[in-house]
Write a protein that binds this ligand. Structure first.
Ligand code: UD1
Ligand code: UDP
Length: 353
C-alpha cells in the first residue's frame, strides 16, 4: 500500500510516529509530507529525532500566515505531491490547518482519505480546530476514532460508514517513550532547582487565551498567585504575545523555551499537577496519572473529566487558583483510550479498506 502522510504541527509529529512505525513494519510504502506549519527546531526537528519519525520526504516550507493563505498554500503544495505520487490513501491527523489542507487535496483528486483522531468535537465553533475537524471528518473515507464518544459524535452527524474505533495513538507514543524519558539523566525542572512533585507544569497556546492580552494576563497572574513554582514551556504564539504585556511580574512562573517530547514527558511525570489548554497534554496527564486543570471553557477529551482526573477552569483566576491548590483526583483511570496499540489498529483498518 502506498500512503502519503500529511503532518505539519507539533502534536501531529507525536501522533504520526507510532503509525509510521507500524506502517513500515508491515512493509507499506509511506511518503511523509511536512507542510512546514511548525518550523522552529524546538517545534519540529526535535520530535522527528526523539520519536524516530523518518525525516520528511517533502517539506513544503509553508510556515505561518493568516488561516486562508496558510491553508491555501498547503493545499496547493500537497496537491502537487499527490498528483506526482497517486497514493492508495492519504493519511491526516487531528485538527490543524495542515489536516484540512491534506484532506481537501485528497478529496479534490478523488483519493481515499483516512483521518486519525476523527469524531472529536468541542462544540465551540470559535475554535479554528472545530472547523478543521468537522470538515475533515465529512471528507474522510476512513474515520479512525480514539474513543467511543468520538464514534457517537460521528453517528449524530450521519457518519457511520468507514468508522473504526482504534484507540488513541498518543497513548501508544507515551507507552513507547515514557521509560526513556524517565531514564534521562536530568529533567528541565532540575535546571530550575525544582525536584519531583515540587512544581506545577503549565502550557498555554490557544488563540482565545493568548491573542487577548487581558486573558493572557489573567491566566499568568493566576498561575503566579497559586503560590508554587510553575514551569511553563512557552509556545511561539504565546512568546510573541508576552512581549506586549507590560508590567507583568512573574517570579514563581518560570518561562522556558518549548521542550522536546522526552523532556515534556519527564516534566509531566514529575509535576504535582498540570494546567493546560493543550488537547494532547490533557490526555498525556491522564495516561500518566497527573491531575489536570484545563484552561478552557470546554474540552473534546470529556472522558478525562468524567473520570475525575481533569477539571475545567477556563480563564477565571479564582477558579484557576482554587483548583490548582485543591483539585485532587482519586480513583480509577478507565482505559477509554484503548490499550496502547492504536497504531496497529489504524494500519489494520487501512489494509482492510
Ligand atoms: C497550531 C494549530 C493548533 C495546535 C497547535 C499545536 C491551527 C489552526 N492551529 O496552532 O490546533 O493546537 O498548532 O501547537 O492549525 N510559530 C513560530 N515557530 C513555529 C511555529 C509557529 O514562531 O515553529 C509562531 C508564528 O509566529 C505563528 C504562531 O506561532 O504565527 C502560530 O503558529 P500556527 O501554526 O499558525 O498556529 P498555532 O498557534 O501553533
Ligand atoms: N509538547 C512538547 N513540548 C512542549 C509542549 C508540548 O513536547 O513544550 C508536546 C505535548 O507533550 C504533546 C504535544 O506536544 O505531545 C501537544 O502539542 P500542543 O499542546 O502544541 O498541541 P495540541 O495538542 O493542543 O493540539
Amino acid at each position: 500500500m502506498k500512503v502519503v502522510t500529511v503532518v505539519g504541527a507539533r502534536p501531529q509529529f507525536v501522533k504520526a510516529a507510532p503509525v509510521s512505525r507500524a506502517l513500515r513494519a508491515r512493509r507499506h510504502e509511506e511518503l511523509l509530507v511536512h507542510t512546514g506549519q511548525h518550523f522552529d527546531d524546538l517545534m519540529s526537528k526535535v520530535f522527528f529525532e526523539e520519536l524516530a519519525l523518518p525525516a520528511p520526504d517533502v517539506d513544503l516550507g509553508v510556515g505561518s500566515g493568516p488561516h486562508g493563505r496558510q491553508t491555501g498554500a498547503m493545499l496547493a503544495g500537497v496537491e502537487e505531491v499527490l498528483l506526482a505520487r497517486r497514493p492508495d490513501v492519504v493519511l491526516v491527523y487531528g485538527d490543524t490547518n495542515s489536516t484540512l489542507a491534506g484532506a481537501l487535496a485528497a478529496v479534490k483528486l478523488g483519493l481515499p482519505l483516512a483521518h486519525v483522531e476523527a469524531g472529536l468535537r468541542s462544540f465551540n465553533r470559535a475554535m479554528p480546530e472545530e472547523h478543521n475537524r468537522v470538515l475533515t471528518d465529512h471528507c474522510a473515507d476512513l474515520l479512525l476514532c480514539p474513543t467511543r464518544t468520538a464514534v457517537e459524535h460521528l453517528a449524530r452527524e450521519g457518519l457511520t460508514r468507514g468508522v473504526h474505533l482504534v484507540g488513541d495513538v498518543m497513548l501508544d507514543a507515551v507507552l513507547a517513550h515514557v521509560a526513556r524519558a524517565r531514564a534521562r539523566p536530568a529533567s528541565p525542572a532540575d535546571a530550575l532547582g525544582l525536584g519531583p512533585k515540587g512544581y506545577l507544569l503549565a502550557t498555554v497556546h490557544r488563540p482565545y487565551n493568548t491573542d487577548d492580552p487581558a486573558a493572557l494576563r489573567r491566566i499568568l497572574e493566576a498561575l503566579e498567585a497559586v503560590g508554587e513554582p510553575v514551569v511553563l514551556p512557552v509556545h511561539p504564539r504565546t512568546r510573541a504575545r508576552l512581549a506586549g504585556l507590560e508590567g507583568l511580574r512573574l517570579e514563581r512562573v518560570r518561562l522556558i523555551d518549548p521542550v522536546g517530547y522526552l523532556d515534556m514527558l519527564r516534566l509531566l511525570d514529575g509535576c504535582r499537577l498540570v494546567l493546560t489548554d493543550s488537547g494532547g497534554v490533557q490526555k498525556e496527564a491522564y495516561f500518566l496519572g497527573v491531575p489536570c486543570v484545563t484552561l478552557r471553557p470546554e474540552t473534546e477529551w470529556v472522558e478525562t473529566v468524567e473520570a475525575g482526573w481533569n477539571v475545567l477552569a477556563g480563564d477565571d483566576p479564582a477558579r484557576i487558583v482554587a483548583l490548582a491548590r485543591g483539585f485532587a483526583p482519586s480513583g480509577e483511570r478507565p482505559a477509554t483510550f484503548g490499550d496502547g496499540r492504536a497504531a496497529d489498529a489504524v494500519v489494520a483498518a487501512l489494509e482492510g479498506a
